[in-house]
Ligand binder design. Structure first.
Ligand code: FEO
Length: 400
């Protein structure tokens, strides 16, 4: 065994990837593994919803065969064709009947063709389309750019069940896959990390999609995403969090992230932080080279200010700062303010360079780059403290 029922005659048939430590190449560190959740719906018609990452194809097939013969599958719904869900597609299709119908968006069809080739019996859907499978109905809602052009949600009104693929998911592998069987704080932290690192660029679309779902009056008593746990006890909790994260409502909070060479930049980072804390700001403090970039990004989601520092080396910043700054540009956080700082020996350049990168990431700089030579003296440390206090005032004004 290994499968389990999430509703009567609807089984989880996915795979647990306990050892996954990075996702999207090295971009997303997944210290707690992940799952690829697939679902099998038995009705007058039999439906497979989503697949798994290619190395887990045999697990998917074994799980399905615990319940039915593969030839019984009539519809294969592909909510999203990224390889973590579609890697098993070619091998699975070889085992299904020739007339099985692949259900996806137009973009999904293109993506499957461009990834895997082959000729299949596609049914391309648009939002509002439905398929009667007997006692139940599959109802589809396109969710383009949440987070690929092909993304869609499948909804089963008779079960009040939403199968939204990546949305509402998280990278977490556990033995028990329902929300009520896990630590709720951990679930929300992992869901927030997933949102911050993957969905931030599409936050406005998340808000619009939630409004659309609300206007449609969809009743939802279970959300079964394709990563991590299934929300059955309180699906409203994760919907509420998505609404909050989608608008990026900032808290009285700053993230200080820096690198240091001979501790001068670190001393200034600490003084800026002291100024912020004394003014009542919540601070998250990270030395870049010993911190998880994904954790820094997660904390930025609900912070108002990002304060970044590096010493100058060869007229530029320490190169290890680059991945975070590159991520900030791509993630396009909304309505953040920022400041930069860094030590120099002679020519300098790091703080200004970071400032340029933050501007490119559309972060509104509230102070000019704060530079200091070699080792900050008492006067410079006092200036750093005052910089923290000034940023605190800017935060307070901005979130009022
Ligand atoms: Fe889980 Fe966008 O793939």
């Amino acid at each position: 065994m290994g499968t389990f029922e999430i509703k009567d005659n609807i089984h989880w048939v996915g795979a647990r990837d306990w050892n996954l430590r990075s996702f999207h190449g090295p971009a997303f560190h997944t210290e707690q593994g992940s799952t690829y959740n697939s679902y099998l719906i038995e009705d007058e018609k039999t439906v497979l919803v989503d697949g798994v990452y290619e190395p887990f194809t045999d697990t998917l097939i074994e799980h399905i065969e615990e319940i039915i013969d593969l030839e019984e599958i009539d519809y294969y719904v592909v909510n999203h064709a990224e390889p973590d869900h579609s890697g098993s597609f070619p091998a699975t299709m070889e085992k299904l009947r020739d007339d099985v119908t692949v259900v996806c968006t137009a973009s999904g069809k293109n993506n499957l063709s461009e990834h895997y080739g082959g000729s299949h019996n596609y049914r391309v859907i648009n939002s509002g389309d439905t398929i009667d499978i007997g006692a139940r109905t599959l109802s589809f809602l396109e969710a383009s750019m949440l987070h690929w052009p092909d993304s869609m949600f499948t909804y089963i009104p008779e079960e009040k069940l939403l199968l939204p693929n990546d949305a509402f998911g998280m990278h977490l592998c556990t033995s028990n896959l329902f929300d009520d069987q896990n630590n709720k704080a951990l679930l929300m932290e992992e869901a927030k990390k997933y949102f911050a690192n993957i969905l931030t660029p599409f936050a406005d679309l998340v808000v619009k999609k939630l409004e659309e779902v609300q206007e449609m009056g969809l009743e939802i008593d279970m959300i079964a995403p394709s990563h991590g746990i299934i929300w059955r006890e309180n699906p409203g909790a994760i919907i509420e969090k998505y609404a909050e994260w989608g608008v990026m409502e900032p808290k009285n909070k700053a993230v200080v992230v820096y690198e240091t060479m001979w501790s001068s930049t670190e001393l200034v980072a600490e003084k800026i932080t002291e100024g912020l804390i004394d003014a009542g700001v919540e601070v998250k403090f990270y030395r870049e080279s010993i911190s998880e970039k994904n954790d820094v990004i997660t904390e930025i989601l609900d912070a108002k200010a990002i304060i970044v520092g590096s010493p100058t080396i060869n007229n530029v910043m320490i190169p290890e700062m680059t991945p975070l700054l590159e991520e900030l540009e791509g993630l396009r956080f909304k309505d953040k303010i920022g400041a930069t700082f860094g030590s120099k020996g002679w020519a300098g350049g790091a703080a200004a360079r970071i400032a340029d990168r933050l501007k490119t990431a559309k972060i509104d700089l509230v102070e000019k780059p704060f530079n200091f030579k070699y080792v900050p003296d008492e006067a410079k440390l006092e200036e750093a403290y005052q910089l923290g206090q000034k940023i605190a005032t800017e935060i307070e004004t901005a979130i009022e």
